[in-house]
Design a protein around this ligand. Structure first.
Ligand code: TPP
Length: 350
C-alpha cells in the first residue's frame, strides 16, 4: 500500500496551525480551561489518523487537540469546547482536557495520567468479543508508564489478544521533571517485550519509521495478532500547560535554509523530504498555510458566536440516565457453602 506523505504533511500542518492559533488567542482569556498544546508533537496524531478508519476508536490524553482532529473531530466543536460553549464537543463542560466525540469514535481524553488506558482496553475487549474488524489506538505520555494501570492493561491486552495499539509519545518530561529522574531506564518500550509484547522504538522525527511502525501495528491488531506498543521520541515545544513557546514553532513554511534544515521540526523534516523527492514545492506549503488559516479563522468565528455561559445544569451528563439506582434484589444469604463435603470437614480440622 503506497503511503501519501503529502496528506500526512497536510495533517501535521493543520494541527500545528490550530495549536498556534489557540496559543495566540489564549491570552484574551476567553478560553478559561487549562490547555495543553502539542506543538512539536504533531507527527503521531497525523500518522495515526491517516491510517485509521472512521470506525476505529481513539482514546487520548490531556494533550489531545491533535488526536481529536486526527480522528476527524470537528474544528469548530474543538474551539467551542475551549470557549466553554454548549456547542463544544463535550457540551462546553469538559474543556481542553476532556474532549469526547462519539460521532467520530473519539472516546475521550482525561486529566488523569493514564486514565484513558483501561477505557481503551475495555473498548478493545468489546471489539474482540464481537469479532469486529476495528481497532483501538490509545495515546499516552512517558509519565503514564509510571502508572500501574499500564502494566495491568498490557497484561490483559496480551492475554486476550486485544486489537489495541499503545502509542507512547515520549517527550521525556512529566510537567518539568526529566525522565532520567523518574525512570530506571529512559527507553520505555522494551520492558513490555519481556511480557510478550510486540513493540517499536521510533527515533525523534523519523517520520518514515513512524509510518511503518503504525502501519504494521494496525495490521497486527486488525488480523487478530493482538496489541503493540510504540514508543515515539518527541520534543514538547511549549510549557507543560499554557501557550508559552519554547521551541521553533513557526519556521516550517520558510525556505529550508531559513529554518535551519529543520532537523528539530517534524514538519520541516517531512517538508524537506517531499521537496527533495519532487513531490511538492515550497509554494505548495505556502498556499496550504493560507487555506488552513482561513479554515481556522472561520471555525473560530463560528465557535465564538456560540460562546457564552453554559446554559445547562452543570450536573447534567455526570450520571447516565436510565440506569437502575438500586441494587438488584438477591435471594437470602445462606452463609458459607463448601464446594464439596471433604472441604467442610477439613476446614475445622486444625
Ligand atoms: C494520576 C495522576 N498523577 C499525577 C497527575 C499530575 N500530572 C498532570 S500532567 C502530569 C505529567 C504528564 O506527563 P506525560 O504523561 O508524559 O504527558 P505529557 O504532559 O508529557 O504530554 C502529571 C504528573 C495527574 N494528572 N494524574
Amino acid at each position: 500500500m503506497s503511503v501519501n506523505k503529502v496528506e500526512i504533511l497536510k495533517r501535521m500542518v493543520r494541527i500545528r496551525m490550530v495549536e498556534l492559533y489557540i496559543a495566540r488567542r489564549y491570552p484574551e482569556q476567553k478560553m478559561r480551561c487549562p490547555t495543553h498544546l502539542c506543538l512539536g508533537q504533531e507527527a503521531a496524531p497525523a500518522v495515526c489518523g491517516y491510517f485509521a478508519g472512521g470506525d476505529d476508536i481513539f482514546v487520548g490524553t490531556c494533550r489531545s487537540h491533535g488526536h481529536y482532529l486526527a480522528k476527524g473531530g470537528n474544528l469548530t466543536a474543538l474551539f467551542a469546547e475551549l470557549l466553554g460553549s454548549g456547542k463544544g464537543c463535550s457540551k462546553g463542560l469538559g474543556g481542553s482536557m476532556h474532549l469526547i466525540d462519539l460521532g467520530v469514535n473519539f472516546w475521550g481524553t482525561s486529566a488523569i495520567v493514564g486514565g484513558g488506558i483501561p477505557i481503551a482496553a475495555g473498548a478493545a475487549f468489546r471489539l474482540r468479543y464481537e469479532n469486529a474488524p476495528q481497532i483501538v489506538v490509545v495515546f499516552l505520555g512517558d509519565a503514564a508508564v509510571e502508572e500501574g494501570v499500564v502494566y495491568e492493561t498490557v497484561n490483559f491486552a496480551l492475554l486476550h489478544k486485544l486489537p489495541l495499539v499503545f502509542v507512547c509519545e515520549n517527550n521525556a518530561l512529566a510537567i518539568t521533571t526529566p525522565i532520567e529522574l523518574r525512570q530506571c531506564s529512559t527507553i520505555l518500550h522494551d520492558r513490555f517485550q519481556t511480557m510478550g509484547m510486540n513493540s517499536f522504538y521510533v527515533a525523534e522525527n523519523d517520520i518514515s519509521q513512524l509510518i511503518e511502525a503504525i502501519r504494521v501495528s494496525y495490521a497486527r491488531a486488525r488480523t487478530g495478532l493482538g496489541p503493540t506498543f510504540i514508543e515515539y521520541r518527541v520534543s514538547r515545544w511549549c510549557a507543560h500547560v499554557g501557550p508559552a513557546f519554547e521551541g521553533p514553532v513557526d519556521l516550517w513554511w520558510q525556505p529550508p535554509a531559513a529554518s535551519g534544515g529543520g532537523h528539530g521540526c517534524p514538519i520541516c523534516v517531512l517538508r524537506d523530504e517531499l521537496i527533495a523527492g519532487g513531490a511538492i514545492r515550497l509554494e505548495y506549503i505556502r498556499s496550504l498555510r493560507q487555506q488552513v488559516q482561513q479554515e481556522i479563522e472561520e471555525a473560530y468565528r463560528q465557535a465564538e458566536s456560540t460562546a457564552g455561559p453554559i446554559g445547562q445544569d452543570p450536573a447534567a451528563f455526570v450520571y447516565a440516565s436510565g440506569l437502575a439506582c438500586e441494587l438488584p434484589s438477591r435471594g437470602p444469604v445462606r452463609g458459607i457453602e463448601f464446594r464439596h463435603a471433604e472441604a467442610s470437614k477439613l476446614v475445622n480440622a486444625f
